[in-house]
Design a binder for this molecule. Structure first.
Ligand code: PMP
Ligand code: GLU
Length: 397
């Protein structure tokens, strides 16, 4: 009965793991979920107040498919301030989270069999989005020795005449790697030589950067690429608003127009209430952005120092986002109560069954051997999780 397309589709592993943890918690199991990537701190008060005010003032109707003019103006000012670009409202579209923005960009750009270059490890949903567009994912590996940064010579080797899109995601989910100016300079040079390639720059963690208020961006270095680089962002991570479901993109007018058309025939528009709240956040909440960054840096320092002490694990120090990317290969061939650990998926399952700590195996990010551990939780939760992980590892034989 179901279409082949949907039969072959995998559910999002992080959403599934998040739901698994919530279900068990509701049944009274003492689960520590370090799987679903969302800040545990609340949306700042003043942004919530802007949302409530929007309801009271009657912002409860459809908006244009690409978002209200007020939100677009806030995105235009944000883009000028942070990326130094002057854009018009025809170059902005907003929708239901960065996820739907990415989905509609891939649908709007790809013909069947065209290739999408995706540096790995990569966020769980990019490959499925490419598959749903009947395009082809081309994994471009990054390596620990390069701090999981995409290298221009490796990128070059994967480009063919079918290459249509390159996805950049810096700070990166899951590795926490950040492309610095010199990495971006080298990648930009390759892109200049391949004018058929569009870049989807997934900037969703751009302010969750540990060395400054925003991670370096390719458009700051190569503003002339602006017609081929779609900058994608959302309020979900930076402003702790994942449930408000509001993301946006700025870029080439033709592509933005196509995405807005696609949205008008699929989801109509993002929530009018969220649009008002995010317009407020973008215009008024730089202080809250800095506070979130400061909290996160504190948690990152704690996460790293506690994890580096756990024997058997090798931790990659993140430069942004809120994940630890941990090599578990040294634990291969050890055994627990119910079997052996021979993969990162085995490690995650055994840890969950033994200690009720849930994280995400590297297999889901096209990178076996590693595990993603979300650290934007409160200190107490983190310390308990570390105790459990340490005790699990010492129980292995
Ligand atoms: N891109 C990356 C790299 C992500 O980690 C996520 C997860 N939230 C998204 C996009 C989707 O974001 P949103 O919740 O705004 O749809
Ligand atoms: N991006 C988050 C994660 O990787 C949330 C889940 C999702 O958007 O799919 O955990």
């Amino acid at each position: 009965m179901l279409s082949k397309r949907v039969r072959n589709l995998k559910p999002s592993a992080v959403m599934a793991l998040g739901a698994r943890a919530k279900k068990l918690k509701n049944q009274g199991v003492d689960v520590i979920s370090l799987s679903l990537g969302e800040p545990t701190w609340k949306t700042p008060e003043s942004i919530c107040a802007a949302g409530i005010q929007a309801i009271k003032e009657g912002y409860t109707r459809y908006t244009p498919a690409g978002g209200s003019e007020k939100l677009k103006q806030a995105i235009i000012s944000y883009t000028k301030k942070w990326l130094g670009l002057n854009i018009t409202s025809a170059q902005v579209t907003a929708s239901i989270g960065a996820k739907f923005i990415l989905f509609s960009a891939i649908q709007s750009l790809c013909n069947p069999d065209e290739e999408v270059l995706i540096p790995t490890p990569c966020w769980v949903s990019y490959p499925s989005m490419v598959e749903l567009a009947q395009a082809r994912m081309v994994p471009v590996p990054t390596y620990a020795k390069d701090h999981f940064k995409l290298k221009s010579d490796i990128l070059k080797k994967h480009i063919t005449d079918k290459s249509k899109i390159l996805i950049l995601n810096s700070p990166n989910n899951p590795s926490g790697a950040v492309l610095n100016k010199s990495d971006l300079m080298s990648l930009g040079k390759v892109l200049i030589d391949h004018p058929q390639i569009y870049v989807l720059s997934d900037d969703i963690y751009n302010h969750l950067y540990f060395s400054g208020s925003m991670a370096p961006h390719i458009l700051q270095l190569y503003p002339d690429l602006k017609d081929r680089v779609l900058s994608i962002n959302a309020a979900s991570k930076n402003y702790s608003m994942p449930g408000w479901r509001l993301g946006w993109a700025v870029g080439n007018e033709e592509l933005i127009g196509a995405m807005s058309k696609f949205q008008s025939q699929s989801v109509s528009c993002a929530s009018s209430i969220s649009q008002e709240a995010v317009a407020y956040a973008l215009a008024q909440c730089d202080k809250e952005l800095e506070e979130a960054r400061y909290n996160l840096i504190k948690m990152k320092n704690l996460a790293l120092s506690t994890f580096q002490k756990i024997k058997g694990l090798e931790v990659f120090p993140p430069e942004g986002a809120f994940y630890l990317w941990v090599n578990v290969k040294k634990l291969y061939s050890s055994s627990w109560k119910k079997g052996m650990i021979n993969s990162s998926a085995d490690f995650v399952e055994a840890l969950f069954q033994e200690k009720a700590v849930l994280c995400v195996p590297g297999e889901e990010f096209h990178y076996p051997g590693y595990v993603r551990i979300h650290f934007a939780v409160d200190e107490q939760t983190w310390l308990s999780a570390c105790d459990r992980i340490e005790s699990f590892i010492s129980s292995l034989s």
